[in-house]
Design a protein around this ligand. Structure first.
Ligand code: F0G
Length: 450
């Protein structure tokens, strides 16, 4: 068989124009946005790689399902369909809808954590860390050492360091660890997968100490496909079977359906614990909504039910993983330092190595992201010192790829722009903060060039 191009496994039925700006306009827009790309208007962005969250293109099947949304307040048919779709993959007893991942996180941590607790995770995402801390607990990141080394090509760089987990439990005591979390894939660490073997080892430690294991499941389908490609014994299993095997190791999960749910909004919380589920539903009613809609419209629940199934289709996952790697390959072949190997949903440029003359305190990731916007109207996001403060192990610029949205020629353009900026990297200067909020400061921070 000749090697053929892996093409987008869809054709386009609806299009949305994108808008060019001039460099002079972008200079002014960037100044007005205080060098923080979150503060730009999306109309002024040509290719938006800020996030893969809530930005997917929905399929004809999803749009058709939305028309069947049952908008009843209680006992909606759409909730039943949603619950069945979630349980078929995740397998947990209770499925609690929420408007997005962080709502599920807030409910989970407010019910399970108290002041002085410690929550281990391979790496907490920003909202996850903030919600753990908001509940008075400490968020401990225990990813394996390879996961902190951008150049390491370990196949499962999202794995949790099992020895470090044992040590942490021994140090703080089992009663201060209300749950352990595994983030699949590890977004803040480069979109890197966690192996079934690692999840099983984490499970064994949790079981020994009687600690529940939860998944942050946002990108579970991409994680399952990496397992199929890389973990011995999984080549002949379907992504769905792999996902089922993974979730069977846990006691529950939080999920943002804005990622591998292929939906524009939504999320959920699952648990096998009846007593916890009751407390979670009570809290849900207080702020999110009745447990058969959780802050979502019936049509959203329908879109998620279909999206979860489509995200596990092999044609889709092959295209998804290969097209993300395509971007990584084409820039790293020219010397641009990226987190290797390419992640599932995004490519992460190592800004500390791209701009070695800009120290972390001068936000090399923010400086590089600003430059990519100036050069070509591309919006990316810093995951580094601005996002995590002095906790940041790396300064990365994430180019997150919305699902089913951009074609190969869009990505070829992105490659060209990155290589232009790479050529004149020595002229790029760092930035200083002029305003910051008390938490999650990266969303609203203001900066100016040094
Ligand atoms: N967990 C992980 C690993 C995430 O990546 C995100 C969101 C969340 C939880 C929270 O979900 O946004 O639905 O409330 N990540 C987005 C991103 C925002 O750009 O990576 P949410």
């Amino acid at each position: 068989m000749p090697i053929r191009t892996i093409i987008e496994p869809f054709k386009i039925k609806t299009v949305e124009p994108i808008r060019w700006t001039t460099r002079a306009e972008r200079e002014e827009l960037l100044r007005q946005a205080h060098y923080n790309l979150f503060l730009l208007s999306s109309e002024d962005v040509l290719i938006d790689l800020l996030t893969d969250s809530g930005t997917a293109a929905m399929s004809t099947r999803q749009w058709a399902a939305m028309m069947q949304g049952d908008e009843s307040y209680a006992g909606s048919r759409s909730f039943e369909r949603f619950r069945r779709a979630v349980q078929a993959i995740f397998g947990y007893r209770h499925v609690i809808p929420a408007h997005q991942g962080r709502a599920a996180e807030r409910i989970l941590f407010s019910v399970m954590c108290k002041k002085g607790d410690v929550v281990p995770n391979n790496t907490h995402f920003d909202t996850t860390r903030a919600n753990v801390e908001h509940a008075g607990a400490e968020a401990a990141d225990l990813v394996i050492a390879e996961g902190r080394d951008p150049a390491s090509t370990h196949p499962f760089k999202g794995n949790l360091d099992v020895a470090a987990l044992e040590q942490l439990i021994a140090r703080v005591g089992r009663e201060r660890v209300p749950l352990v979390m595994l983030t699949i894939t590890n977004n803040s660490g480069g979109g890197q997968p966690v192996s079934i073997e690692n999840a099983r080892a984490v499970r064994a430690v949790c079981q020994r100490h009687g600690i529940p294991l939860y998944f942050d499941a946002c990108r579970f389908a991409e994680n399952a496909y990496f397992i199929k490609l890389r973990e011995p014994g999984y080549q002949n299993k379907t992504p769905k079977e792999i996902a089922q095997e993974m979730f069977a190791l846990g006691d529950g999960c939080t999920m943002s359906a804005k990622k591998d749910g292929l939906a524009n909004i939504g999320g959920f919380l699952c648990t096998n614990d009846d007593a916890l589920a009751q407390q979670e539903k009570d809290l849900l009613i207080l702020t999110e909504g009745y447990p058969t809609y959780g802050g979502l419209a019936g049509r959203d629940l329908e879109a998620i039910a279909v999206g979860l199934e489509e995200a596990l289709e092999e044609d889709y996952l092959r295209y998804r993983i290969v097209s993300t790697a395509y971007l990584g390959q084409h820039i790293s072949d020219q010397g641009v330092p990226i987190v290797q190997p390419p992640g599932g949903h995004a490519i992460y440029i190592d800004a500390r190595r791209f701009l070695p003359h800009v120290p972390p305190a001068q936000f090399p990731g923010v400086a590089l992201a600003a430059e990519l916007y100036l050069e070509g109207g591309i919006r990316s996001v810093e995951i580094g010192t601005l996002m995590f403060g002095a906790n940041a192990a790396m300064d990365l610029v994430r180019l997150a790829i919305p699902r089913r949205v951009y074609t190969q020629s869009h990505i070829d353009y992105v490659v060209e722009i990155i290589l232009e900026v790479w050529k004149r990297r020595e002229q790029i200067r760092g930035l200083k903060l002029t305003y910051q909020a008390p938490f999650l400061r990266h969303f609203t921070a203001r900066l100016e060039p040094l």
